[in-house]
Design a protein around this ligand. Structure first.
Ligand code: NAD
Length: 335
């Protein structure tokens, strides 16, 4: 691809049309809502691999919303002018991304390349949803953006972790060559309404089990730590990173630095639900990280961003949403 020239990367005073790849997923559907509320026209691109039609059903008749149902590995062009591209398309929970590991890797590599090419062709800004998984099982704590990670490139998580690392490499090649105005967010564990109860992520799994009256399954001792960011905080950070001028030209961690053990998370959920379910410990999955905590100094300085929703409050909002699904959860548990 030829260089697009500096004029096409000029910052625009007002963005109009935004493509959200993965827009039917957990984070993507909230992002579509937020961008529409901010006056954007939104083109949602999704294959519904892990996303849900219910997440975007309320937007179906919105005059500024359009759905393109396709795999990003197959997308080559979009007709109308585009100002921004957010790439959130990728299965994010281990059971889902390990179900078809080759497709997961190709989504991050071929799919990201396709979307970068579209951004370059339109002179659009591009934001890649990268992940704390690029740090692997980190030997440095908390994780700063210049830590290069500790990833097993031949393990069962490699399709996701290495795919996301390759996607970052592509992003920075497009940026270095001035082909597109690219930003990279390294997202840490994010939770909230619209997570799918059976997606295998820790927050959704524990809430689902507690609601179904099943024992909570805890990997290992449960003393491994994670940091949990509420969805609205994360989205504020993503939008701030997309819109900050000048482009930081560096990956930016987005997450909540509050660090909790899995046992503490389970305790908060059961206390909120006043449930008395047992906990069963099971072996740690291969390459499961022992510690996760973002250093967000860069996001604070560059974006003026700070997560605001405490875990207890975010969990309460998430559990309220899961309660609307309770009949279905209990029915499945009894079947
Ligand atoms: P999700 O699984 O709910 O959403 C992903 C969406 O992408 C789904 O709608 C899915 O159907 C779609 N998709 C997947 N592969 C596709 C493909 N090849 N073509 C078209 N659409 C495809 O996950 P999420 O939690 O909303 O995560 C969104 C993004 O943020 C992902 O890229 C993920 O890696 C990243 N991320 C999320 C978290 C988190 O805690 N939620 C943490 C780090 C990074």
């Amino acid at each position: 691809m030829n260089s697009s020239g500096s004029g096409r990367l000029a910052t625009r005073a007002r963005f109009k049309t935004t493509l959200v790849a993965g827009g039917a997923g957990f984070l993507g559907s909230h992002l579509c809502d937020l961008l529409l509320a901010r006056g954007h026209a939104v083109i949602c691109v999704d294959s519904f691999l892990t996303g849900s039609r219910a997440n975007i059903a309320p937007l179906a008749n919105h005059p500024r919303f359009r759905l393109i149902e396709t795999d990003i590995c197959d997308i080559a062009e979009v007709e109308e002018p585009i100002d921004q591209v957010y790439n959130l398309a990728c299965a994010a929970s281990p059971p889902r991304y390990q179900a078809d590991p080759v497709h997961t890797m190709m989504t991050s590599v071929a799919g990201t390349r396709n979307l970068l090419r579209i951004a370059a062709a339109h002179g659009a800004a591009f934001l890649q949803a990268s992940t704390s998984e690029v740090y692997g099982d980190p030997a440095s704590h908390p994780q700063q953006e210049d830590y290069r990670g500790h990833v097993n490139c031949v393990g069962p998580r490699a399709c996701y972790d290495e795919g996301k690392r390759a996607a970052e490499a592509l992003c920075f090649d497009f940026l270095r060559h001035d082909w597109a105005d690219v930003r990279v967010a390294r997202i840490f564990n994010t939770y909230g309404p619209r997570m799918q109860p059976d997606d295998g992520r820790i927050v959704s799994t524990l809430i689902r089990q507690a609601l179904a009256g099943e024992p909570l399954t805890i990997n290992g001792t449960g003393e491994q730590t994670r940091s949990f960011c509420y969805v609205s905080d994360l989205l504020d950070g993503l939008v701030a990173l997309m819109e900050v001028d000048p482009n930081p030209r560096t990956p930016v961690n987005l997450g909540n630095p509050g660090e909790f053990t899995i046992n503490e998370l389970a305790e908060l959920i059961t206390r909120h639900l006043k449930s008395r379910v047992a906990m069963v410990h099971q072996p740690l999955p291969e390459d499961d990280p022992q510690m996760r905590q973002p250093d967000i100094a860069k996001a604070r300085t560059l974006l003026g961003w700070e997560p605001r929703v405490p875990l207890r409050e975010g969990l309460a909002r998430t559990i309220d949403w899961f309660l609307t699904l309770r009949p279905e959860i209990v029915r499945k548990a009894e079947a």
